[in-house]
Every structure is written in C-alpha cells, then in structure tokens.
Design a binder for this molecule. Structure first.
Ligand SMILES: Cc1ncc(COP(=O)(O)O)c(C=O)c1O
Length: 399
C-alpha cells in the first residue's frame, strides 16, 4: 500500500500526517482526470457542466459513506475552520443574551474561537469543559453541570489533534440533546484513525478535512438535511437556497472534489479481506469503509504501542496525555532541545514531525507549553514500524 503513495518514495518517515497526509496515486489521477476530461460550472446546458454536477454528487455520497451521513447533508468548504465560522455565524443569530454554550480546552482552536467570538456578539455565556492535565482525559461528568436549560450548543472534539484523547462523545452529545442543545463535533483528527458513525456519536454537526485522510485540501461538514433546513447562512441572492448548496459559498473546487471521492475509495479498499468477510462480494462502500477503518485502527494502535513504549523508555522525554481511548498521536517535549530544535534534528535524519502548538491553543496554554508547544509524531495508515523506529532512534540521540 505504501507504494501507492508516490511521495513516500523519498524515503522520509512521514510522521506529520496529523498536519496533512500524502495522497495516493489514485487521488492524483482522479484530480488530473477531471481536468483532462474537462468540466464546466454547475447548471449549464452542456455535457461538461453535467460532469461537474456528477463530481459534486459523487463526492457528497463518498463523504456520506465515510462518516455515516446522508449525502444531502454534506456541505463542502475550503477548511474545517471556515465551515465552523460559517455555521457559528448562522446558528448564533437565534441565540439571545442569557443563553450559554460549552466549549472544551481539549479542542483545536477552530472548534473554540469561532464559538467564543459569535457568543460574545450575541451576549451568550461561554462555559469551559476542562481536560485532566495529567491523564489528558476529558471527564464526561462535568458536562452534566455545564449543560443547562439555556445551553444552545456544545462543541467538542472527537479526538485531540495534540494528545490524541478521544472523549466520550456519545455521552456528551446525549447530555446536550437531553437539554435541547446542539452538538458540534470536530472530527478532523478522529476521521482518519477509526470507523466513524455520526448517528452513533450523536453529533448534530460533524466536520472532517479531506487532507487528513489522503485527499485534497478541502473540508466537509455533515448534518441531518432536516437540521440544515432550519439554518440560514449569509448567502448571495442568486445562489441556491436549497440544502446543502446554500451553505457553500461561491464555486466549488470540482477537480479536488473528484479527489475526495477517490480518497474515500482508497480508504474503502485498504482491507479487502475484512470487507469481504463483513459484507461478502456485494459489500457496499459504507461497509467496506467501516471494515477498512477498523483494520486501520488495529494497525495504528499496534504501531502506537511501539511508539509510546519506546518514548517512555527515554528519560529526557516528557509525554503529554495518556487517555484510555486515543488517536495514535504522541505529543512530547525533549529536555535540552526546543520543539523546533528537536524537529530540525529529526528532519536532518529524514524523520518528519511537527513542532508547535498545532492550534491546540487552550490545551498548550493549560499545559504551560505556549508559545513553542511540543513535538508531535502522528501515525496514519501508511506508517510502519520502520518509521516508528527511526523516530525513536532520532529522539534517543537527542539525550
Ligand atoms: C482536530 C482539528 N480540528 C480542526 C482542524 C482545522 O482544520 P482545517 O485546516 O481544515 O481548518 C485541524 C487541523 O489541523 C485539526 O487537527
């Protein structure tokens, strides 16, 4: 499977997947094929326009299969951040002074700041869910106190992009629903690492960025189309009033959307044996995605155990977070080296890791790590034991 990724041929250990994965040749080809074949803008009288329409329809269906959503509730945008701002702006118009919202200090800032900013304008109180500084867990129990009758929205991540914690989203979303609040789940870091089922999570909104799962740089927001029908974003007068189109500003990146479908197909094909066992020869793409992502989760968790075990043996390494349920993402400091110095040293050895706060700004502030953050090594499905071992050897040399 690594051979399907041309970029991996440079021999580097790509442990920066949490900041964006490489793409397989099928995605590159799908994007090139869209341009080669030609497409027009949407709604024209000619065949090339119809091809753009088909690309969008296929991409909505693909993301629907990836996260367990209705294709008619899949909204595309340039990034998860811009989609969060779009929805925050639209939802907050119905909020009034005295309402409240709940955000978490575990979250990437894109699922924090947009909500705080619109809450400030609407006179709405912001309540904070805190994570445990030692374990990295986001205790569910606190939500029973935080969520009340005036709570309009609970924003929470399905996985921390820094320390990997996967909170108990179904429980948190259940508390939100019981109080009549909406739950906005940031699935950007969670989606590449395990099967996703929006309904099982209880998410009213779920965001995911294709560039974290072998696709191009764009994002999707999934929601029940009936919920989207109740929300009105700012939009141009002549653009469609229909859901999901009214949430998409301007012209969509059609060729990249062809790449989104190819990326989901790629994921669906990762574990053909498991898919055949679960659904037989006629397994739907949704079934194949679920089987594949379960295999991805198993592969990554074995590698992650090797990574965490190796780092734990190094006295000059401080690891952050040890939640029971985690995405395979390690966040650590190295005594005697700044995060950037450590990342530069590892880069000189062909090991790509991220350094900084990764926009997990509240988390890094709470851990006393701002402004430099820490080193992040994140595993994705194309990583193998040699990537992990090269990282461990490099970090050991920093002693
Ligand atoms: C957990 C999480 N949420 C949100 C984002 C922001 O995604 P985007 O770059 O699509 O705005 C990221 C990006 O790293 C992330 O890891």
């Amino acid at each position: 499977m690594r051979a399907l990724y041309p970029a991996l041929a440079d021999g580097h250990a790509y442990l920066d997947g949490a900041a964006g994965t490489q793409v397989p040749v099928s995605v590159i080809e799908a994007i090139a094929a869209a341009y080669r074949e030609g497409f027009g803008n949407l709604g024209g009288a000619f065949a090339a326009s119809g091809r753009a329409d088909a690309i969008v329809t296929h991409a909505r269906a693909a993301v629907g299969d990836l996260v367990g959503a209705a294709p008619g509730g899949v909204v595309f945008g340039p990034s998860a951040t811009s989609l969060a701002y779009r929805i925050a702006d639209a939802l907050s118009r119905a909020w009034t002074a005295g309402d409240d919202i709940v955000v978490s200090r575990l979250d990437h800032d894109s699922n924090v700041r947009p909500w705080i900013q619109v809450a400030g304008r609407a006179g709405v109180t912001v309540k904070w869910a805190e994570f445990d500084l030692v374990t990295g867990e986001l205790p569910t129990a606190q939500y029973a106190d935080l969520i009340g009758p005036r709570t309009r929205l609970v924003a929470v991540t399905a996985a921390s992009n820094a320390i990997g914690t996967r909170p108990d989203v179904p429980a948190i979303a259940g508390l939100a629903r019981a109080a009549g609040a909406l739950c906005y789940v940031d699935g950007v870091h969670a989606t590449p690492h395990a099967p996703v089922d929006m309904a099982g999570l209880g998410a009213d909104f779920y965001t995911t960025s294709a560039y974290k799962w072998s696709g191009p740089h764009l994002a999707a927001l999934a929601a029940d189309p009936e919920l989207l029908e109740t929300v009105w974003p700012d939009k141009l007068a002549p653009s469609s009033n229909a859901v999901p189109w009214r949430f998409e500003r301007g012209t969509l990146p059609f060729a990249d959307l062809a790449g989104v479908t190819a990326a989901v197909e790629h994921l669906a094909a990762l574990a053909p044996g498991a898919a055949a066992a679960s659904g037989g020869a006629s397994a739907s793409r949704r079934e194949r995605v679920l089987a594949s992502m379960a295999a991805v989760e198993a592969h990554e968790s074995a590698l992650f155990a090797r990574l965490l075990g190796g780092l734990a043996e190094l006295d000059h390494v401080t690891l952050y977070g040890k939640a029971a349920r985690r995405a395979p993402t390690a966040f650590f400091s190295v005594t005697g080296s700044s995060p950037r110095e450590a990342a530069e040293f590892l880069a000189s050895r062909g090991v790509n890791v991220w350094d900084g706060d990764n926009y997990a700004y509240e988390l890094c502030t709470a851990l006393g790590l701002e402004p430099d953050g820490a080193v992040r090594a994140g595993l994705v499905h194309y990583n193998d034991a040699s990537d992990v071992d090269r990282l461990l050897e490099g970090v050991a040399e920093l002693a």
